[in-house]
Design a protein around this ligand. Structure first.
Ligand code: HSE
Length: 434
């Protein structure tokens, strides 16, 4: 029997899903034993030319009406956004006993546990492979393939736009603004690109991964969030000279005091495979007690990669059978996420300072570090004093610390600031441990 799909949202990903399902009818049927057909669609603008033939498909102006329709078996939500109409349409579909496939990480980050409970109460499921890391099958990996492991850390490059920007800035010396404009033109960025560059998009994805990895409720508000807008060409160059690449990493880690979740620009040693993940590619690594570490790499954004993940979920539903619980364990059994305090974070740090070139400046900085028992691995001074410009008496200084805590580094930087030996605020970037 044909599986009838209601597809809400015909942006670049929605149109790509429509095209892919239409072009690969026999291919898909061979894999799931039945025909899959889009029978209903919904989008904002009916007149827009999307390069797809919608004849023979019922048009709906209201996604909630499409979700409620008896003419569909599965509701595919590609509208986006944590609120209505996406949220209302997904709730309606689940309440009326239809499984949902979605790429909507914002909705899941905000309401994933409630929606999982609703799905499980109705005996249906939610497929959301496309919501995290585009074409990389990390949901299936965590929920099924490595389910026999106790996971201690899941981390990765979760935003294609940011990785594209950082890679091009480092490799080509292109400005942040120009790289972002290209990422928007290529269809990688969110409708509001501040969600990409300020780290919210990565945070939504990380919150979902952390819940799956640790069997806890989704706790997006716990994430310590820093975007990439303060990263300069100089930071990228200096990092490269010191043997690192700067990546926007999402990291969720089990610590003695709870789950630490952060999305921050991070120094990744070049010796780690993750440092070599460039452009729009994403990568997700999982540390588990049986597997040690695995890493998956692939396109994290773009219509075809995201559509591939959506179609994979549709094929799973078409096959039938007993799907795993939405978040790996039944939603009503998810544990409360105990939060680790960011001040307890342990690791090395990259610190960039603009220091007055005068006697005692270095000594006072070193003293403040020593007062907090912070040991320095290296100190690099960038640039020479220009003899023709005696007024130019500020030098860039980069410090790399050995392992310390966030509380100690923050205390040292506050003291350095109040000593008046530096101009502006220090740049501080965490170093990720292998
Ligand atoms: N804007 C997102 C990114 C798309 O750049 O990764 C996929 O969520």
């Amino acid at each position: 029997m044909t599986l009838r799909i209601g597809l809400a949202g015909l942006g670049t990903v929605g149109a790509s899903v429509f095209r892919l399902l239409g072009e690969k009818v026999a291919h898909n049927a061979a894999r799931c034993g039945r025909e899959i057909r889009v029978t209903g669609v919904c989008a904002r603008d009916r007149a827009r030319d999307r390069g797809i033939d919608l004849s023979g498909v019922t048009w709906h102006d209201d996604p909630v009406a499409l979700a409620a329709s008896d003419d569909i078996d599965v509701f595919v939500e590609l509208i986006g956004g944590e609120g209505d109409p996406a949220a209302a349409a997904v709730r309606t579909a689940l309440s009326s006993g239809k499984s949902v496939v979605t790429a909507n990480k914002a909705l899941l980050a905000a309401s994933g546990v409630e929606l999982a409970r609703l799905a499980e109460a109705r005996g249906v499921t939610i497929g959301y492979e496309a919501a995290v890391a585009g074409g990389i099958p990390i949901i299936k990996t965590l929920r099924e393939a490595v389910a026999g492991n106790r996971v201690s850390r899941v981390f990765g490059i979760l935003n294609g736009t940011c990785n594209y920007i950082l890679t091009r800035m480092e490799k080509e010396g292109i400005t942040f603004e120009d790289c972002l404009a290209d990422a928007q033109r290529l269809g990688y960025a969110e409708a509001d690109p501040t969600f990409d560059i300020e780290g919210n998009d990565s945070a939504h994805k990380l919150a979902i991964l952390a819940a799956l990895a640790f069997g806890t409720e989704i706790d997006t508000d716990a994430i310590h969030l820093e975007g990439i807008t303060a990263i300069t060409l100089e930071d990228l160059e200096t990092a490269a000279e010191l043997g690192y690449r700067i990546k926007l990493l999402g990291v969720a880690r089990l610590t003695d005091t709870g789950v630490e979740q952060r999305v921050t620009p991070t120094m990744v040693p070049k010796s780690l495979a993750m440092a070599g993940v460039e452009g729009v590619l994403n990568a997700v690594a999982v540390d588990g007690d049986e597997i040690d570490e695995i890493m998956l790499v692939g396109p994290g954004a773009g219509d075809r990669a995201t559509a591939s993940a959506v179609v994979g979920d549709i094929l799973d539903l078409a096959r039938g059978g007993n799907p795993p619980p939405v978040l790996g364990i039944p939603a009503k059994t998810l544990g409360e996420a105990k939060r680790a305090r960011m001040r307890a974070h342990e690791g090395g740090y990259y610190i960039r300072l603009a220091v007055y070139d005068r006697p005692g400046a270095f000594a006072s900085i070193a003293t403040r570090m020593a007062e907090q028992s912070i040991s320095l691995e290296s100190i690099v001074q960038k640039g020479q004093r220009d003899p023709d410009d005696p007024e130019n008496n500020v030098r860039r200084v980069v410090l790399i610390t050995h392992e310390t805590t966030e509380a100690q580094i923050r205390a040292a930087l506050e003291s350095i600031l109040s000593d008046g030996q530096i101009v502006g605020r220090p740049q501080m970037i965490r170093i990720e441990k292998p």
